[in-house]
Design a protein around this ligand. Structure first.
Ligand code: GLY
Length: 375
C-alpha cells in the first residue's frame, strides 16, 4: 500500500537536491538518472521550474521560489531572438509566468503570461477552427514539412493559458478560441470508443479536413498513450473552466479507454494499439499525466463516479512508485524511469522525461491537499 505522505517526502527531497544540482538548467531527458540541459525555448522548459513552484507552494521554502524565479524572464528574452516557441507555450508559461504571478503577484510575470496567451491565440486558424501545431519546417525531407494545416492532441493542455487570460482580463476572446479548438478536437480527434488521434490535417486555406497522421503514435488509427493523457486531462480542465458537460463526457470516455488498456503492471505501453506488443516500451509519462488528469475528472463528477476515477489515479501512481521510482539512489535526479518520448523516431525511448516527473509530483501534491492549479 502506497503511503502518500512518504511518497511526497521522497519527491520533495529529490526536488531539494536538484535545486542545487540542476541550478538554472532546462532539464528534458535523463538517461540513467542524470538530466540534460535543453534550450529555454524548447517546449519542456517550464516543467522543472513548475516543480519548484509546487514545492514552494507546499512548503513556503524560499530556496524553491528563488530557483524558479528567473525562468519566465529568460523565456521572454528568447522571444526576441530566433526561437522554437509554438503551440506548446502553455506548457512553458503556465508553470512559470502564470503560477509565479498567482503565488507572488509579480506584475512582470502577469504581463509575460498574457503575452504568451496572445501568441497562442494568434495561431488560431479561423477557417478550420483549430490552433496550428508547430512552425514552418525548412528541411524538404522532414516528416513534418507542409504542416500549416496541422493540429495536434497535445494542444489540449495549452488551452488553460487561454482560459486564464480571459479570466484575468475579463475578455472572452481567448475563451472563444479555446472552446472552438476544443470542439474541433471533439469532432476530429476523439473517437467513439475513447481512443484519440495524434495529428489531424486540414487545408489551411479552406479549413477542410484532410485526414489523420500517426505522428508520435503507431499509426493514424492508433492511440498514442501520452496523447490520450493530454486529451483526458485537457478535456477535464476545459470542463472546469467552462462548465460545459460535453468536455467532461469526452474526458470520461478517454479515461475509460485508457484505464482498460493498461498492461498487467498497471502502466501503459507508449501506444495502446501498437502491434506486435512484445518488447515495446512503456510510457510512464503518459501514466503520470493521466493520473493528474483523472484527479481533475474526479472533481468534475459527483459521488461514486468521481471516487472511481480518484481511485484509478491512486492505482496508477502506486504502479509508478513501485515499478519506476528509485528512491534508494540519491544520485538519481529523476523521479521516474520508463518514459518514452518519440518511439517512431527512436528518440528518448525508456528514459526519464521531465514532464513525467512534473505530472507525477503534481498528482501526488493534489492528493495530499494542494489546491492551487497550474493547468
Ligand atoms: N508535446 C509533445 C509530446 O508530448 O511529446
Amino acid at each position: 500500500m502506497m503511503d502518500l505522505e512518504v511518497l511526497q517526502r521522497n519527491i520533495l527531497s529529490r526536488v531539494t537536491a536538484n535545486a542545487s544540482r540542476l541550478a538554472d538548467a532546462c532539464p528534458h531527458v535523463a538517461k540513467n538518472g542524470t538530466y540534460d540541459d535543453e534550450r529555454i525555448d524548447w517546449w519542456t522548459s517550464g516543467f522543472w521550474p513548475g516543480m519548484l513552484w509546487i514545492a514552494y507552494d507546499l512548503t513556503g521554502r524560499t530556496l524553491f521560489r528563488d530557483a524558479a524565479w528567473p525562468y519566465d524572464e529568460r523565456m521572454e528574452r528568447r522571444f526576441l531572438e530566433p526561437n522554437r516557441f509554438h503551440h506548446d507555450v502553455g506548457f512553458q508559461y503556465l508553470p512559470t509566468a502564470v503560477i509565479k504571478f498567482k503565488l507572488t503577484g509579480d506584475e512582470d510575470a502577469r504581463r509575460r503570461g498574457l503575452f504568451a496567451a496572445n501568441f497562442l491565440a494568434g495561431r488560431f486558424n479561423i477557417a478550420g477552427g483549430f490552433l496550428r501545431a508547430w512552425n514552418e519546417v525548412s528541411d524538404p525531407t522532414a516528416w513534418n514539412r507542409n504542416n500549416a494545416g496541422w493540429a495536434i492532441i497535445d494542444s489540449m493542455m495549452n488551452l488553460p493559458l487561454l482560459f486564464w487570460a480571459s479570466e484575468e482580463l475579463g475578455d472572452p476572446r481567448f475563451r472563444h478560441v479555446a472552446m472552438a479548438h476544443a470542439d474541433t478536437v471533439l469532432r476530429r480527434f476523439v473517437r467513439e470508443d475513447g481512443s484519440v488521434a495524434h495529428i489531424a490535417s486540414f487545408d489551411p486555406a479552406t479549413g477542410a479536413f484532410l485526414g489523420w497522421i500517426g505522428g508520435q503514435g503507431f499509426g493514424p488509427d492508433s492511440d498514442w498513450s501520452r496523447g490520450a493523457a493530454w486529451a483526458l486531462y485537457g478535456m477535464a480542465v476545459a470542463h472546469r473552466f467552462t462548465g460545459v458537460t460535453r468536455y467532461a463526457e469526452a474526458s470520461r470516455r478517454i479515461a475509460d479507454f485508457f484505464l482498460s488498456s493498461l498492461e498487467e503492471n498497471g502502466v501503459p505501453l507508449w501506444d495502446f494499439r501498437v502491434v506486435p506488443r512484445e518488447g515495446e516500451p512503456p510510457d510512464t509519462s503518459a501514466a503520470a499525466c493521466a493520473a493528474s488528469g483523472l484527479l481533475e475528472l474526479a472533481e468534475a463528477l459527483p459521488g461514486l463516479a468521481g471516487r472511481a476515477y480518484r481511485d484509478a489515479a491512486i492505482r496508477l501512481l502506486a504502479s509508478l512508485d513501485a515499478g519506476y521510482a528509485r528512491w534508494d539512489d540519491p544520485a538519481d535526479q529523476a523521479l521516474l524511469r520508463g518514459a518514452t518520448g518519440h518511439r517512431p523516431a527512436g528518440q528518448n525511448v525508456n528514459v526519464s522525461l521531465i514532464y513525467g516527473d512534473y505530472f507525477f509530483f503534481e498528482a501526488v501534491a493534489k492528493l495530499t491537499g494542494w489546491e492551487r492549479r497550474i493547468f
